[in-house]
Design a protein around this ligand. Structure first.
Ligand code: CMP
Length: 147
């Protein structure tokens, strides 16, 4: 069992796609272990996207990520990290296959709908960053007995 961090980004919120995207995770059988709306500040964006800080588009990412609140989610399940990444599709919507979240809902890299942790190590760091060890719940669902 793994837990991964997903952010539903401002273009997802702006376009009224929060429910549609969450439905993809639920329909797959993944469990929502935590979920909250957050208005990100500069400090958390700088930390989260530190690896992009020298890129020319970094100021655009910062402006985009504060345009609306985001929805931070802790999503759990067997192989949840790679399954969530697969459901999301390629980072750039232009490369994302139809049937994936970005393939169905995204058009350009400037608005790619969601972020998902890319490894166990990253998931641990990112869950701590957005949930700070609070409000991530362990609970059983009836459906989990067959998954
Ligand atoms: P995300 O999965 O959150 O991780 C890194 C983010 O950087 C990525 O989604 C995009 O939002 C953003 N990104 C990557 N490449 C570009 C680019 N060429 N132009 C703008 N944003 C980018």
């Amino acid at each position: 069992m793994q837990t991964t961090l997903v952010l539903l980004k401002p273009d997802c919120v702006d376009r009224g796609l929060i429910g549609a995207v969450i439905s993809r995770f639920e329909a797959k059988g993944l469990k929502i272990s935590g979920m909250k709306m957050m208005q990100l500040d500069e400090a958390i964006i700088n930390e989260h996207y530190d690896f992009l800080k020298d890129k020319p588009f970094f100021p655009d990412i910062k402006a985009y990520m504060v345009r609306t609140p985001v929805v931070a989610m802790a999503i759990s399940g067997v192989n949840a990290i790679s399954i969530v990444r697969a459901l999301g599709g390629a980072t750039n919507p232009v490369d994302a296959n139809p049937g994936t979240i970005r393939g169905d809902f995204g058009l350009t890299i400037d608005g790619n709908i969601m972020h998902a942790s890319d490894s166990e190590e990253t998931a641990e760091i990112e869950l701590q960053r957005f949930f700070g060890g609070k409000d991530v719940f362990e609970y059983s669902r009836v459906i989990d007995t067959v998954l």
